[in-house]
Write a protein that binds this ligand. Structure first.
Ligand code: DC
Length: 238
């Protein structure tokens, strides 16, 4: 069965994946699937229903009842990016708090959660992109689409990543201090990389970019050039 051209972008928190993926997808006319937003939405739903992040027996039925979708940005504000819907509710802002970052990291370590979300991520990508889809996450190139057409691993030093995340939070009026952002991020890095299922690591065939000293524009430029070259080699319409 034919499927869209799949671009996998993996890497740790704060490496610039979201901005890069959004801009790359817009530039190529591809759909975009932010898989971290899906894990965040599961954490939010668990929190609201009083389900502990480690409670596999309760997480299973919770997941079975969740409807998570992406919707276009609000009319008149295209720069806001895709909206994330839990049922009919727009949870785009509610899932972006520091608490939900740690919650998402916790639920994402549970095999029951990863198994339930695997198929959803694949379906969203295949349904969303008739030309192609950019998927952003931690295990896209290793687990979700091991046969992705282009794989990238974006990283940057912990300080640079924490500085970016701190600025993002501040822009939203969240006053979490830098030291706290850095400490939370180091914990997430450690947890995401050391978990047993689908730990964060570059796929052997991923192109690795360190964005510590590159601007996001330069990163997008480099990724777009690489994708276009691969699209051309594959004989698909570029
Ligand atoms: O990219 P993000 O910060 O929105 O991701 C939130 C958490 O979800 C992150 O700590 C790890 C987890 N995650 C994952 O395990 N696998 C993915 N494909 C995406 C996110």
């Amino acid at each position: 069965m034919s499927r869209p051209f799949i671009v996998a972008i993996d890497g740790p928190a704060g490496a610039g994946k979201s901005t890069t993926s959004r801009r790359l997808a817009a530039r190529l006319g591809f759909a975009m699937v932010d898989t971290g937003a899906i894990y965040r939405t599961v954490a939010l739903a668990a929190r609201r229903r009083g389900v502990l992040y480690e409670d596999d027996a309760a997480l299973g039925p919770l997941l079975a009842g969740l409807i998570i979708r992406f919707a276009p940005p609000p009319p008149g504000d295209p720069a806001a990016g895709q909206r994330v819907l839990l049922g009919e509710e727009d949870v785009s802002a509610a899932i972006r708090t520091p608490e939900m970052s740690l919650g998402a990291s916790a639920v994402s370590a549970r095999p029951v959660v990863r198994a339930a979300l695997l198929d959803l991520q694949r379906r969203l990508a295949i349904a969303a992109g008739n030309r192609g889809a950019v998927l952003e996450g931690r295990d896209i190139g290793t687990v979700v689409f091991p046969d992705a057409d282009a794989k990238f691993f974006l990283t940057a030093s912990p300080e640079v990543r924490a500085r970016r995340r701190h600025a993002e939070l501040a822009a939203r009026g969240d006053g979490t201090p830098f030291e706290q952002v850095l400490a939370d991020q180091l914990k997430r890095d450690r947890d995401d990389s050391s978990r047993e299922v689908a730990p964060l690591r570059p796929a052997p065939d991923a192109v690795v970019f360190d964005s510590s000293s590159l601007s996001l524009d330069e990163v997008v430029e480099a990724l777009a050039a690489e994708v276009r070259a691969r699209v051309a080699r594959g004989g698909l319409a570029g």
